[in-house]
Design a protein. Structure first.
Length: 237
């Protein structure tokens, strides 16, 4: 604890009639002493009391309160790399409908720029098929026309593939939306393999021709699934 007070003059009485004043210049002390020597004892005592009262406030000056010094506790700081910071962040919420990690979803549809089923039906060698279509129920006629377009579009997209059969409902049901046929679970056979296929096919108002087509080829369908999917009935061997 540190304390301090301002310096003061101290008066000490050694014997009656004799005063000693400290911290006062010599000549002044002599003048005071000579004048005091001529003063009566009662006056001297009263003067001494007045000096003590005048000095009392200085003696009673309050010392400053002790200062408490609080030492700081060292704190360890670690600088993170951007990779470490990103690893601490919570995972972002998945978008609605997002699949499991690694599931890229179905391949995008390929929009056909040239429609081919009309040219195939106009070929004289296919007159039997052309003549049979008008006799089919309208939904079946739409599906047959779209399946024919699918066979030609797959071959034009990948010449090594030569589709022999198309099953529009192999993996899931076909959906008809007005003049549009949606087959998300179709399949086609080529060179002894069955491959997944999906397509969207739009027909004319009279359902006599295809006016728009888009498709995507999927993965091979394992042989073990052929029977359950009724794909063996297309086997002509």
């Amino acid at each position: 604890m540190v304390s301090f007070c301002r310096p003061i003059s101290v008066i000490a009485v050694s014997r009656p009639g004799a005063l000693v004043i400290l911290n006062v210049k010599t000549e002044r002390r002599e003048r005071i002493a000579s004048s005091i020597g001529r003063m009566p004892l009662r006056a001297v005592a009263a003067s001494a009391a007045l000096h003590l009262l005048a000095l009392l406030p200085a003696v009673l000056v309050r010392a400053p309160q002790p200062v408490t010094v609080v030492s700081e506790r060292p704190v360890a700081v670690r600088i993170l790399t951007p990779q470490e910071y990103n690893a601490l962040l919570p995972p972002s919420p998945e978008a609605p409908g997002a699949g499991p990690p690694g599931d890229a979803g179905p391949p995008p549809l390929i929009r056909a720029t040239t429609l081919m089923s009309g040219a195939v039906l106009n070929d004289p060698r296919n007159h039997v098929t052309r003549d049979a279509l008008p006799g089919l129920e309208y939904a079946e006629r739409m599906i047959q026309l779209c399946a024919l377009e699918a066979m030609e579009q797959v071959h034009a997209w990948e010449p090594e593939m030569e589709p022999e059969w198309v099953s529009a409902y192999a993996l899931s049901e076909v959906v008809l939306k007005g003049d549009v046929v949606v087959a998300d679970g179709a399949a086609f056979r080529s060179d002894g393999r069955w491959l997944a296929l999906r397509f969207e096919c739009e027909l004319s108002a009279d359902h006599a021709s295809v006016v728009a087509f888009a498709f995507a080829v999927g993965d091979d369908i394992p042989y073990e699934r052929w029977e359950a999917l009724d794909l063996n009935e297309f086997d002509t061997e």
